[in-house]
Design a protein around this ligand. Sequence first.
Ligand SMILES: CC(C)(COP(=O)(O)OP(=O)(O)OC[C@H]1O[C@@H](n2cnc3c(N)ncnc32)[C@H](O)[C@@H]1OP(=O)(O)O)[C@@H](O)C(=O)NCCC(=O)NCCS
Length: 186
Amino acid sequence: MKAKFRSVAYSHTTITELMIPAYANFGGKIHGGIILSLMDKVAYACAAKHSRGYSVTVSVSNVNFIAPIEVGDLVSLTASVNYVGKSSMVIGIRVDAENCLTGEITHANSSYFTMVAMEEDRTPRSVPGLILETKDDVLKFVQAMRYRKSRFELQEEFDQYKSNINLSEELNTGLLEGQNCMVIDL
Ligand SMILES: CC(C)(COP(=O)(O)OP(=O)(O)OC[C@H]1O[C@@H](n2cnc3c(N)ncnc32)[C@H](O)[C@@H]1OP(=O)(O)O)[C@@H](O)C(=O)NCCC(=O)NCCS
């Protein structure tokens, strides 16, 4: 029988990977894209466990690279389901880099990945609800709910702005004064 609810702990997932020289950029630090790819993997694993099925990444938000990651660091990516809707799951991810030699741990990144569970015909599939067992589970659920709502509102506001923009009017307000740009021709 399919579960109607699953706990946050049920799908909590950690992936740990050693940062090898092939992952480095020209500056000698780890490529942001390598970390993003690992984040997508851990988000998928967490979502697949909660929904016990296939899911896709529909949105990546609030990705901030707080500190550089060095070659030789051991990177741990921890994912947990923070919020579920009908078919979507907001996965909170935290990335920590450990210097293997000193043991020093640096918080490198945190973000939200939204995954949607899919049927075989590629339509969204309902997922089990979330059992909130701890105060932290409730806090994360409420925060993710609020973040999701703000994002949708912001997206709607921006879509309206983009479709209604009157460029000449905007420019007449001196919008570009003091900006680091040079308008050649319109
Ligand atoms: C995921 C996908 C099926 C959603 O399609 P859709 O027509 O928006 O479907 P729905 O409107 O029914 O939305 C399904 C869920 O996704 C959520 N969703 C859709 N777009 C979203 C977005 N940009 N951000 C967050 N959630 C989103 C909806 O809120 C809904 O959640 P709920 O069921 O929990 O209420 C479709 O956008 C898709 O196939 N995207 C490509 C995914 C993919 O290939 N990812 C890999 C990238 S390489």
